[in-house]
Design a protein around this ligand. Structure first.
Ligand SMILES: Nc1ncnc2c1ncn2[C@@H]1O[C@H](COP(=O)(O)OP(=O)(O)OP(=O)(O)O)[C@@H](O)[C@H]1O
Ligand SMILES: [Mg+2]
Length: 222
């Protein structure tokens, strides 16, 4: 469950988020749509603990995820909280270039101190689900855009986070792989009750989610 109230974000004089309220139930798959520059990525980064709201004290901003309010956590607490609770699929894949696909995917399990054998098993299963099992030992620059994106999805899912934030996860994928990834999201929700918040320009995906939120000029308008 995610409950957020009064999220504001400004860059200098530019007010990018103008008091966003959002309430997402556990196990919901929610899409966020809206034109370029509306503030979708900014909102996702803040909900995902990767960025902070502006002036949260004055605005009485509150963000609670998995029952914990994280807005006043320090960097160390936040990293731990993120590693345990949140998976992130970015608009651009952000894989580490010097590591192989498999190593990139295993990284969050190392940080979590997970058992190596379990982690490897989970990773192989994800690579198969995402049909990239032939690409385990490729470096990111040896992957196609769509393959790199799927590796990034595997990395987001490896620790089985309760909440997954995805920023245009299918932007780089052909329609078959995009459909498969959408199906995977819904399967995971059905199996593990994971929560998905997905920013997308893909109308097919937006229509099949449980709820579609529309952003415009820094506000959720419907
Ligand atoms: N670091 C920054 N400094 C200044 N302005 C920024 C910064 N990051 C984002 N912005 C501005 O904030 C606004 C919202 O950006 P954001 O990335 O959230 O849009 P978006 O809805 O995700 O758009 P898109 O669909 O193109 O990805 C944009 O006008 C952008 O130029
Ligand atoms: Mg964006």
């Amino acid at each position: 469950m995610i409950i957020a109230r009064n999220i504001h974000k400004s860059y200098g004089n530019l007010e990018v988020l103008k008091g966003v309220d959002i309430h997402i139930k556990t196990g919901e798959v929610v899409s966020i749509v809206g034109e370029s520059g509306a503030g979708k990525s900014t909102l996702l980064q803040i909900l995902g603990t990767l960025d902070s709201p502006t002036n949260s004290k004055n605005y009485d901003t509150e963000i609670t995820l998995a029952g914990e309010s994280f807005i006043n956590m320090n960097d160390k607490q936040l990293s731990k909280f993120r590693n345990q609770n949140i998976g992130f699929v970015f608009q651009f894949h952000q894989l580490l270039p010097e590591f192989t696909a498999l190593e990139n995917v295993l990284l969050p399990t190392k940080i979590a101190g997970a058992n190596d054998k379990d982690a490897l098993e989970k990773a192989y299963a994800l690579f198969e689900d995402l049909r990239i099992e032939q690409r385990l030992h490729h470096k990111p620059n040896q992957l196609s855009g769509g393959e790199a994106q799927r590796v990034a999805v595997a990395r987001a899912l490896i620790n089985s986070p309760k909440t997954i934030f995805a920023d245009e996860p299918t932007g780089n994928l052909d329609s078959k792989n995009a459909d498969d990834l959408h199906r995977l999201f819904f399967d995971l929700r059905d199996k593990y009750n994971q929560t998905f918040v997905i920013v997308t320009h893909n109308p097919n995906l937006a229509e099949i989610t449980d709820r579609k939120l529309v952003m415009k000029d820094g506000m959720i308008i419907e």
